[in-house]
Ligand binder design. Structure first.
Ligand code: NAI
Ligand code: MG
Length: 481
């Protein structure tokens, strides 16, 4: 069995203990991972501080950019290996894992370019004052990421941080840490100074909690559950450490009867099937105009029944859920849902002996879901979509805003006025019109409102998030020239 280490200061360290990494397609252990704890977090934060002061903070922007570009090249070089590892670790279909590797490479490429044009301002106040701003790195940045897209989210958060001149401690989730560790190795190979990117796998309550509470970190970026987001925010507040939170959602697709429904259908399906619904921006609510309801639900059910399930590495439409815990969580939401609405397809694990040891769940549609139902409001994080109907634009916007979350939304219509009116009314960080998907463009700012979190990742906004402004004001003496 392959062993995976902790990466601290450019060294591969065993840690005091190990934990088992499971293949969610079979439920069996396939790798052994060093279990970082408070000691490893201490050492990683110290190594990051050392790399920061020794070189990275002062490394020329062009040199930083060149190293980040080399990381993106090496991710592309290792695309198949990384995709295979990610697929094994998370259960996701291979083609999704390949696309994640491509996106991870794009983050490094994009931020390499973006940082080269990250200028400060000059501020005209008075003829005898010269005022300018500098965009400086925070220093040591901490990154706690989840198990659903370790490679992509790992890249999404450390690429801008490194580009801006920070040194990082990355804590991947215990369920799927392997590609994050590989990313750390690639960073070193590409020329990052030892300690610029440390990777400490371990449990949330141990390594994660130690990192969030560490007085040596200058910024914390967290992606995961609302519950843990609150915990890490409180821990960081004790050190007045700024926090970026990306906490998932209950994102709606709002479909008007005049939409190109034919074109919408595969996108609507993919928005909840992708990664078995374990996506922060999953399209887990489907709000349909009543006159188109029967057609849309009919086609949805038909398409759900043709979704192929299997181990990620056999490249099916949909793989398993990440863990037995997540399977239980999804199953209990679905059982509750059956008391609130009608399950019109799916509703449980598949009846297939070949899949019985993995954490599989059938794609599930609940129809006629009252907006007050738990399954219409809470994040299930599985392949489960809740369908509700509306009769006019006002009701559509009201329903769309009817949860505590606000990450992503989509409006489907041919009417430009409807599209932009609903886009303005919806409280979400991203709104799509006649398309869906945050996965693609690293160029597009992304993040939540309400319980979905705060701060922005991706795009130029994501780079600014890892910088602090310093203002320099100098008194001139024009008369002395
Ligand atoms: P989680 O929030 O526990 O895990 C996310 C990360 O936080 C992992 O790296 C974990 O090790 C770390 N962590 C856990 N407890 C911690 C603590 N006390 N201090 C510091 N770090 C800690 O999420 P979990 O339990 O894996 O999933 C539960 C639910 O959370 C899911 O069903 C889903 O609804 C939501 N979720 C949302 C994600 C998103 O992309 N926004 C990603 C993962 C989960
Ligand atoms: Mg795993």
């Amino acid at each position: 069995m392959t062993r995976y280490p902790v990466l601290i200061g450019g060294e591969e360290v065993d840690g005091q203990a190990t934990f088992a990494d499971l293949d969610p397609s079979t439920g069996r252990e396939f790798a052994e991972v060093a279990r970082g704890g408070p000691d490893e977090i201490d050492a990683a934060v110290a190594a990051a501080r050392d790399a920061l002061e020794r070189s990275w903070r002062r490394t020329k922007v062009a040199v930083r950019a060149r190293i980040l570009r080399r990381i993106s090249e090496f991710i592309r070089r290792d695309r198949d290996l990384l995709a295979d590892l990610e697929s094994r670790d998370t259960g996701k279909p291979l083609r999704q894992a390949r696309s994640d590797a491509d996106t991870a490479a794009r983050y490094f490429e994009f931020y390499a370019s973006a940082v080269e044009t990250l200028y400060g301002d000059t501020i005209p106040i008075d003829s005898d004052l010269f005022v300018y701003t500098l965009r400086e790195p925070y220093g040591v940045t901490a990154h706690i990421i989840p198990w659903n897209y370790p490679l992509q989210i790992g890249a999404r958060t450390v690429a801008p941080a490194l580009a801006a001149g920070n040194c990082c401690v990355l804590k991947p989730a215990e369920e799927a840490p392997l590609t994050a560790i590989q990313l750390g190795r690639i960073g070193l190979e590409a020329g990052l100074p030892p300690g610029a990117l440390n990777v400490v796998p371990g449990f949330g309550e141990e390594a994660g909690a130690a990192l969030a509470a560490h007085p040596g970190i200058d910024h914390l970026s967290f992606t995961g559950s609302v519950e843990v987001g609150k915990l890490v925010s409180k821990a960081a507040a004790d050190n007045v450490t700024p926090v970026t939170l990306e906490l998932g959602g209950k994102s709606p697709n709002v479909v008007f009867a005049d939409a190109d429904i034919e074109a919408a259908m595969p996108v609507l399906v993919n928005s909840i099937i992708q990664n078995a619904g374990q996506t922060c921006s999953a399209g887990s609510r489907l709000l349909v105009e009543a006159s188109a309801h029967d057609r849309i639900v009919g086609e949805l059910v038909d398409r759900f029944q043709h979704v192929s399930l299997g181990p990620g590495r056999s490249d099916p439409d949909m793989g398993p859920l990440i863990s037995a815990t997540q399977l239980d969580r999804v199953a209990s939401y679905v059982e509750l849902g059956k008391t609130e609405a009608r399950a019109v397809t799916g509703g449980g694990p598949p009846h297939d002996d070949a899949l019985k040891d993995g954490f599989f769940f059938m794609p599930t549609v609940f129809d006629d879901v009252p907006p007050t139902a738990v399954i219409a409001r809470e994040e299930i994080f599985g392949p489960v979509v809740a369908v509700s109907s509306f009769t006019d634009l006002g009701e559509a916007a009201h329903l769309a805003n009817g949860t505590d979350f606000g990450l992503v939304a989509a409006v489907w219509t041919r009417n430009v006025n409807t599209a932009h009116t609903v886009a303005r009314e919806i409280r979400a960080g991203q709104v799509f019109v006649n398309t869906y998907g945050a996965s693609g463009g690293p160029e597009m700012p992304f993040g939540g409102v309400k319980r979905s979190g705060h701060g922005r990742e991706k795009g130029l906004a994501g780079l600014l998030e890892f910088t602090q402004v310093k203002t320099v004001a100098m008194k001139l003496e024009p008369g002395r020239a």
